[in-house]
Design a protein. Structure first.
Ligand SMILES: Nc1nc2c(ncn2[C@@H]2O[C@H](COP(=O)(O)OP(=O)(O)OP(=O)(O)O)[C@@H](O)[C@H]2O)c(=O)[nH]1
Ligand SMILES: [Mg+2]
Length: 195
């Protein structure tokens, strides 16, 4: 995938600030620190286009990135991470409201990519979210992150275990590592099919 352009369009803390839709959108969802911003950077081959941090809860706004890749135009949308314990309930509710208002009302949304750390089990946060998205007819792909942190045998085993935890839900899963740049091309393929 040749990235011709990758630029921040806008960062939003409110629905009223969302940019007009000009291109199909792909959203990145998941627990804080799971690697959303890192994966986005790996996809666009930039080190710090989306800001990453080892401090969870860094991304508190919705960031819209305009990306021209090959002959396609797409908006990659970095959503704030949920599940960060050290924020007040009020703040947590306001993030949730922001995420839901994006997911529910965004006509340009083609696919939600739900990230899951390969080393962790799914929690209710993810399974409830998957069901919530399914109820609204929003297509989801689950992407396992940080694959480089496990040895190949263990990696394959964990991917299987996690797939089993999804039960009968009809979602596809993909394995990635933003650090080792694994599964990036495959993820682009998934994205491209929805544009
Ligand atoms: N080893 C390894 N570390 C990773 C990988 N992806 C992300 N990380 C690390 O995980 C931490 C969190 O990554 P981010 O991309 O900032 O996570 P995020 O999901 O955007 O987090 P929030 O913005 O807080 O929601 C950083 O220290 C990254 O360097 C990966 O593929 N491999
Ligand atoms: Mg982030």
């Amino acid at each position: 995938m040749k990235i011709r352009r990758a630029e921040l369009n806008r960062s939003c803390a409110l629905l009223a600030q969302f940019p007009e839709t000009t291109r199909p959108e792909i959203a990145f969802l998941g627990r804080s620190n799971v690697g959303k911003s890192s994966l986005l950077n790996a996809l666009v081959q930039r080190k710090q286009l989306a800001r990453t941090s080892s401090t969870p809860g860094k991304t508190r706004m919705i960031h819209f990135f305009e990306v021209d890749a090959d002959s396609r135009e797409v908006m990659l949308v970095d959503l704030p991470g949920y599940g960060w314990a050290r924020v007040s309930r009020k703040e947590r509710e306001s993030w949730q409201g922001l995420i839901e208002s994006y997911l529910e009302g965004r006509e340009a949304l083609r696919l939600a990519i739900l990230l899951q750390d390969l080393r962790r089990d799914f929690s209710e946060d993810e399974t409830l979210l998957l069901d919530w998205l399914a109820e609204r007819g929003i297509e989801v792909v689950v992407v396992f992150t940080k694959g480089d942190k496990l040895k190949p045998m263990r990696r394959a085993k964990r991917a299987k275990e996690l797939r089993a935890q999804l039960g009968s839900r009809s979602v596809t899963v993909q394995l990635t590592s933003a650090q080792a740049k694994q599964g990036i091309y495959e993820l682009w393929k998934t994205i491209r099919e929805r544009l």
